[in-house]
Every structure is written in structure tokens, then in C-alpha cells.
Write a protein that binds this ligand. Structure first.
Ligand SMILES: [Zn+2]
Length: 447
């Protein structure tokens, strides 16, 4: 039977190997994967010319609808993601009301009216009622991933409600009993950071390094250690989000060696930027902060030796930053379109990271961690046809035209996505991104 789409003559790369050939797609799923001779005829046939075909990126960490309206972000930012080879995004979203159930229905509905690619959710624990509601949330929404936030003071300008150790412990105790459940923690010791911040403010410093030094690496290491301890006591799977310190993967590996389920995420900015880069100022404020060269190298070690589990961008579009006051600037940058080029340039080309390792970090592991595999993150018959075709040799300069703050403007990177296929449909090709808003579907669904 004729396929809808065939991509042939590709270097097909999965999380555990590669071969020369291609894939055939029908009805949004992969129907054949193998050598070119094994592929059927198709309505649309693409010759990959030997370029790399990988599973689409699953970016498990972003924040949409924080400052700009949610439906608008779901259009503009998921389109930006598609241009970067991303085929699924998972949003960390917060709801200050008592129940997550109406919030889920609203966000899922608006998402499906506006998103270009598939999306799903993690929910933030923002009040005590959310903890008791976890079993019902799991049953009625399919969301099994919950987040607690440290490092934010109660009057923070984003409106995040910081967790207490009691909240974390109580949530872990419940999540430990949920198959596939996981707690995500933003690890930074809030009290120590706010103490040092007050000292630092008095110095009058406004440079990016002052922000980093006001919340040093040990603040993050301390909370990682405490969370691993609580995870051990409760038996709860723990995901350490946006890890910025080299000790993160070391501590997680130690916990895993005791049989614990602890995983580490890091972000492209912690691998490519330091707070002392001369071209950066307070607009590059991120939470946790960009750190120094030795932390950056520690994270690359974790990428190389397998102790960093996955990558997420922490993409968050804020209004243009003012650059007036370091302490009032909102922390966060955008990265969807450049995460893959950054990893190809700095990881694959400069540091010799294998493409299969990149697929683990970008697709396979996020899919495993958040219950999407093998529908997502797999190159096999029956899986969603979420694919990205990459030109390893294309050199292009980063130009940011969308929302939010880009900290890579003007960087010439080698290795770019040239085609993105989401559930069998081409959503990015030859520099043009789909405007088919509302084709994306929610992937966190009740069982
Ligand atoms: Zn985040």
C-alpha cells in the first residue's frame, strides 16, 4: 500500500545505533523503517541525500503563557519549536486555584486550538490542596509529573509559590505509589540565596556575575542532596530539572548506584554560556544562574559519561527585558530554535558526542521519563512519525526575530535542522514553518 510520505537515502539515527535507509509514514505513524529497497512508494518522496534523520526532539521543559497570553504563546512558540526540530513540548504550568482539573481542561483545549506541534503538561504544586489531589489528577488528566519550586522568595515577580520541605515530602509519599509518577524539583536553597542576595545588593553591583555569586553553586548542591535524601526515604522517582552544577550528575549517579531512580536534566545555556561571558549582561539572568567554566565543564562530563539523563530548554518568552536593574529583571531566556544546532555544534562537532547519545538526551530519555515512549521518542513501526532531518554541515548564524531573550544572537553554528515532520506532517521545510495552528494534540491524557 502506498505511503503518505517516504524519506529515503538517510543516515537514520536512533538512541542505540544507526543505519542507511529511511522511513515510510502513513496516517501519521511510521509504517516501515529500513533500507531504501524496503520502503514503499509514497505520495511525497524525499531524498535525504545522506543527511541525518533522527526522532523529533521532545523538549520536556518550557513555560508558555507566563507573560504573553497562553493561546498566543501556543502559536508562536510551538512554531518556533518546530523550526528547531522539536515535535513535542512539555510545559511546566502552575495554577493557583484549589483544583487542577478545570485548569487542565482549559489548557488542553486552548492548546489543541493553537499549537503547531504536540504538547503535554507537568503540574506545579502551588498550594496544599494540590498534594491531596494528586491521585485524582493522575486518574483524570494522565499527568503524573509534578514540580516543586525552591529558590524563589515569596514575593518573586513571576508569582511562583515556593515549596516547603513538608510539601515535597508529602507529595513524594503519594507519587511514590503511582506507576510512572515523578517529582521534579527546582533545587536552590531559598534562604541562603536570599541572605547572600541582600549582602550583594549593598555592593551596588549590577553585573551578571553578581547575580550568580548571590546564589552560588553550593545552594543548588545543598538542595539536590536534600531532595535525594527525601527521595530515598519515600522511594519516589526524582527528576532534577535545569541542573546548572557539575555535582548534579555526580550525586544522581551515586544515588542510582544505590538503586534509586534519580535523573538529571540540564539545559543548552549551562553548556554553552558562563556568567562571566563579556557580551552578556543582566538580560542573561536565568534561574538557576549561568555559572562559571568549571561547572560548565562538569556538565559536559555528565553528557559524555551518561550521568546527565536528558536535555530541556527551559524556554520562557518574557516581554523585552529592560536591562535597568539586575535584581528586578525577570529570569529566563528562549531557546527552542537553537537547542539542536547548539548541541550539534558544541556537542557533536566540538566534543565528539555521538548522534545516538544526542537522541537519548533529546528524545528517548524524555519520552521514557514522562510516559510517552514508544508512541514518542522511538523510530519504529507503530510510533508517531515525529522526525527531524539534520544537515550536519550547514553553517548558519543565529538570528532571533521572535519573543523573549536570545543569548546566542550572531553565533555561527554548524549543524541545523532542515525538515521537521510531526505525526507525519511536514511542519518545517526550507526555512518555512507551518502556520497550521491547532494541529497539535495534547499527549498527557487519562489512561
Ligand atoms: Zn523552568
Amino acid at each position: 500500500m502506498k505511503a503518505d510520505l517516504v524519506i529515503r537515502n538517510a543516515r537514520v539515527v536512533d538512541h542505540d545505533g544507526e543505519f542507511h535507509g529511511g522511513v515510510a509514514v502513513r496516517g501519521g505513524v511510521i509504517v516501515t523503517i529500513g533500507s531504501d529497497e524496503a520502503l514503499p512508494e509514497a505520495t511525497r518522496e524525499i531524498d535525504a541525500e545522506g543527511r541525518v534523520l533522527m526522532p523529533g526532539i521532545i523538549d520536556p521543559h518550557c513555560h508558555l503563557g507566563v507573560k504573553y497570553p497562553y493561546p498566543e504563546d501556543m502559536q508562536t512558540e510551538t512554531a518556533a519549536a518546530a523550526s528547531g526540530g522539536v515535535t513535542t513540548v512539555l510545559l511546566y504550568i502552575r495554577n493557583l486555584k484549589e483544583s487542577y482539573l478545570p485548569f487542565y481542561a482549559e489548557r488542553k483545549g486552548l492548546g489543541e486550538e493553537n499549537a503547531v506541534i504536540d504538547f503535554g503538561f507537568h503540574f506545579g504544586i502551588q498550594r496544599e490542596e494540590h498534594i491531596a489531589e494528586i491521585p485524582e489528577i493522575v486518574a483524570k488528566t494522565g499527568v503524573k509529573s509534578f514540580k516543586c519550586y525552591f529558590g524563589y522568595e515569596p514575593d518573586n515577580p513571576i508569582g511562583i509559590v515556593p515549596a516547603t520541605d513538608g510539601w515535597v515530602y508529602a507529595a513524594m509519599r503519594i507519587i511514590a505509589g503511582i506507576p510512572g509518577g515523578v517529582i521534579n524539583v527546582h533545587c536552590e536553597n531559598t534562604q541562603i540565596a536570599s541572605w547572600i542576595k541582600n549582602e550583594m545588593k549593598r555592593t551596588g553591583r549590577q553585573d551578571l556575575g553578581a547575580y550568580t555569586e548571590s546564589r552560588p553553586a553550593f545552594c543548588e548542591v545543598e538542595t539536590i542532596r536534600r531532595m535525594i535524601f527525601l527521595a530515598e526515604k519515600t522511594g519516589c522517582p526524582l527528576h532534577l530539572v535545569h541542573t546548572s552544577v557539575g555535582m548534579g550528575p555526580v550525586l544522581a549517579a551515586e544515588a542510582r548506584s544505590h538503586g534509586m531512580d534519580v535523573t538529571v536534566e540540564t539545559c543548552p545555556h549551562y553548556l554553552t554560556r558562563t556568567c562571566y561571558d563579556e557580551d552578556l549582561d543582566m538580560r542573561a539572568k536565568i534561574s538557576p544562574p549561568l555559572r562559571d567554566r568549571s561547572e560548565l565543564e562538569g556538565l559536559w562530563r555528565g553528557i559524555k559519561n551518561g550521568t546527565v539523563y536528558s536535555l530541556g530548554t527551559d524556554h520562557v518568552p518574557f516581554f523585552p527585558k529592560k536591562g535597568e536593574d539586575l535584581w528586578n529583571e525577570l529570569p529566563g531566556v528562549v531557546s527552542f530554535p537553537w537547542e539542536l544546532p547548539l548541541m550539534l555544534h558544541f556537542g557533536v562537532h566540538q566534543r565528539g558526542i555521538s548522534l545516538s547519545r544526542l537522541v537519548q538526551l533529546n528524545s528517548y530519555h524524555p519520552a521514557r521519563r514522562f510516559g510517552l515512549w514508544p508512541k514518542k521518542g522511538a523510530m519504529q513501526a507503530g510510533s508517531d512519525a515525529d522526525l527531524v532531518l539534520v544537515d550536519l554541515n550547514e553553517e548558519r548564524t543565529v538570528e532571533h526575530t521572535g519573543k523573549g531573550t536570545c543569548i546566542y544572537e550572531g553565533w555561527k553554528l554548524k549543524g541545523w535542522p532542515v525538515l521537521t515532520v510531526a505525526r507525519g506532517e511536514i511542519v518545517y521545510e526550507n526555512g518555512a514553518v507551518s502556520e497550521d495552528y491547532g494541529r497539535g494534540r495534547c499527549v498527557t491524557l487519562p489512561a
